[in-house]
Ligand binder design. Structure first.
Ligand code: PRX
Length: 633
């Protein structure tokens, strides 16, 4: 049997043990005792990693929004569900109670229906961090439509490919958004994308900037007037446990992003349970995660996890540097934030500004602080611990992925301590394994290998939209009967895990996953370019930054202007987040005799770690290595 609240070391040990020895009883008890169901399940878990097929709570029926909202109305209806902090520090914050959230989600859901959206239809959401972003995804879930949120920093081309990949019928966007001192013009990006998206029947437009924007007749509709006429009542659609809840795209090792499909019941149970315990959420807490809802962190730990627990979740529209680098801490003081969850890249950027921007604020309300998205370096961990947590707040260094839906490895405050740069121990129900390159599991402690998961957990993605074969090849083919994460990790002498970074062609820049292939594809579209290779190198703020080696068709064409054009092309195809920090023009790339680019060598050169390049004599063209080293930046 499992307990919903893990209070101490003993209860972690007990819960972990039961979850591994008898997962069906464990998760069945958690699910039955803590959520509302319209019909119970026939079977808690059915799985086969060779297909792969995983289903949790099959036969059960529910609606996740009833669990996120309706369930709290009796007794907690007036409690703040979403606390919206606008970009402008002088503008009023907005507290949306559970009662009001209920009305606003229902109204929005009725508008979706009036525009022809039905259960199973895909709706793309391309919005800044305003309340309508959370409300629109809940409205989709209310009527069983599958939401696909695209981060508002992505370009028109990237948006169009995501809309088309899952055949979205509707797009929800805004006339723009605020980001620090800048505004972003989302609607014109959306309009450009929609030239390529014939499947979109209607566009709902939220007014945020109040700017004049073109509206396409019979396709584009302002949201506000529709809301005025919409009913506040909308029955929650009855969903099967394994009905898709959302699609969220993540980068992969080929150009096409992967639409990870998350389903309803398992995701709900795991997001709620992990939120409660990793953040040790108590009813009067004010929880704040600084991520964008365009990423999985925002889905699971701004919207679903907190609301499923009846929590107050802060949503911040702006950036850490506006109006100055004290903004995060001013918000913590203003709302008396108790749990604060951010990314190592933000911690490093803030630490660089010195304590002058922290000290003016009273951040003593903090109880637990967290990080996510990339390995946290020791220096950043200590700064966070000393100056933000004041050595009294446990740090939860949470390792997980878009694909895992919820946190997989993390300290649990009160149960066991964190250790700098270590994600520590698996969460309840998670069985990690470290594998060597020959597919042999590394048993025991003090080993390092590739991180896999041996047993299904409730919130794992079930497939890649429209491409189950790719799902199988990417995650279940490297090792028999295991989910392969794409990360390397070590297990120390006490069995604690430290994530060492990606072992595939994904580079994490400022906490954002970027596949090298789509960036190379974008560069190679430039008529002057023959071929290119992208690698990551260590960067003091971003964690990793991108280094591009570009071979031109005509070497005489190399120029600073061409570098700028290459970055413009990347911005257009993917978004500014994928721009290269350094570009080196080369006359060739080191290749194996079978023609494969030797990225390992390029990575070492970019990282200025050339003392041991290994044996390069077997390369097809060893002479280029010397030349690349001489001209490296
Ligand atoms: O490499 C790991 C890194 O981020 C990857 C997942 O990225 P994404 O799907 O965008 O999800 C990010 C938010 C959950 C992982 O494969 N990563 C995430 N958290 C950590 C981490 N690396 C080290 N430590 C972490 N805490």
């Amino acid at each position: 049997m499992g307990t919903y609240h893990i209070k101490d070391k003993h209860s972690y040990t007990q819960n972990y043990k039961t979850s591994i020895e008898d997962p069906e009883t464990f998760w069945g008890t958690i699910a039955k005792d803590n959520f509302s169901w319209k019909r119970p399940w026939n079977r808690v878990l059915d799985w086969d990693f060779s297909t792969p097929k995983v289903s949790w709570f099959e036969g059960a029926q529910l609606n996740i929004t009833e669990n996120c909202i309706d369930r709290h109305l009796d007794g907690n209806g007036d409690k703040t569900a979403i606390l919206f902090e606008p970009n402008d520090p002088n503008a009023a914050s907005e507290a949306i109670s559970y009662k009001e959230l209920h009305k606003r989600v229902n109204k929005f859901a009725n508008i979706l229906k009036s525009k022809g959206i039905q259960k199973g239809d895909r709706v793309c959401v391309y919005l800044p961090m305003i309340p309508e972003l959370a409300i629109s995804i809940l409205a989709c879930a209310r009527i069983g439509a599958i939401h696909s949120v695209v981060f508002a920093g992505f370009s028109a081309t990237a948006l169009a490919s995501r809309i088309n990949d899952c055949d979205c019928k509707m797009l929800i966007t805004s006339d723009g958004g605020y980001r620090g001192a800048k505004t972003i013009d989302l609607k014109s990006i959306a309009d450009e994308a929609l030239l390529e998206c014939s499947g979109i029947e209607s566009v709902l437009v939220v007014k945020r900037l109040h700017s004049e924007i073109p509206m396409v007749k019979d396709r584009d509709f302002w949201l506000q007037p529709l809301l005025e006429d919409a009913s506040e009542l909308c029955d929650a659609e009855v969903m099967d446990a394994e009905d898709p809840l959302f699609i969220l795209y993540t980068s992969g090792s080929t150009g096409q992003p992967k639409g990870m499909v998350h389903t309803t019941a398992g995701y709900m149970v795991y997001a709620a349970y992990s939120f409660k315990n990793i953040f040790q959420y108590e009813p009067d807490d004010i929880y704040w995660c600084t991520a964008d809802i365009g990423w999985i962190t925002g889905h699971s730990y701004i919207v679903y996890g907190p609301l499923l627990n009846g929590a107050t979740t802060v949503m911040f529209e702006g950036v850490p540097s506006y109006p100055d680098y004290g903004r995060f801490w001013s918000i913590v003081e203003k709302h008396k934030v108790t749990q604060f969850y951010t990314a190592p890249t933000a911690i490093r950027a803030l630490a660089k500004e010195g304590l002058e921007v922290v000290e003016p604020y009273d951040i003593s309300s903090l109880k637990i602080i967290g990080t996510v998205g990339e390995p946290i370096n020791e220096e950043a961990w200590h700064w966070y611990n000393d100056h933000i947590g004041k050595r009294k707040c446990p740090i939860v260094d949470t390792w997980w992925q878009t694909e895992t839906g919820g946190i997989m490895i993390s300290p649990i405050p009160n149960s066991f301590e964190g250790k700098p740069t270590f994600a520590t121990l698996p969460f309840v129900g998670v069985i990690p394994a470290l594998m060597d390159e020959n597919g042999i599991e590394l048993k025991g402690n003090s080993v390092e290998g590739r991180l896999c998961i041996k047993f299904p957990w409730p919130s794992m993605a079930r497939t890649i939209w429209g491409n189950h074969q790719r799902y199988k090849e990417t995650y279940f083919s490297a090792y028999d009967n295991m989910y392969f994460t794409g990360d390397g990790a070590l297990r120390d002498e006490n069995g604690h895990y430290r994530i060492t970074g990606r072992v595939d062609d994904v580079i994490i820049v400022s906490g954002h996953n970027l596949g090298t292939a789509p960036i190379e594809d974008a560069i190679n579209e430039h008529p002057a370019v023959a071929e290119s290779a992208i690698v990551g190198y260590p960067h003091h703020i971003k964690g990793s930054a991108l280094y591009g080696y570009v071979t031109l068709k005509n070497a005489n064409n190399s120029s600073e202007a061409l570098k700028a054009e290459i970055n413009q092309l990347i911005s257009k195809q993917i978004g500014p987040i994928a721009k290269l920090n350094k570009i080196q023009f080369t006359t060739g790339l080191p290749k194996t005799r079978s023609g494969k680019i030797m990225r390992r060598i390029l990575r070492k050169i970019a990282s200025k770690d050339t003392s041991n390049l290994g044996d390069i004599s077997t390369l097809l063209n060893p002479e280029v290595v010397e030349m690349i080293m001489e001209n490296s930046q």
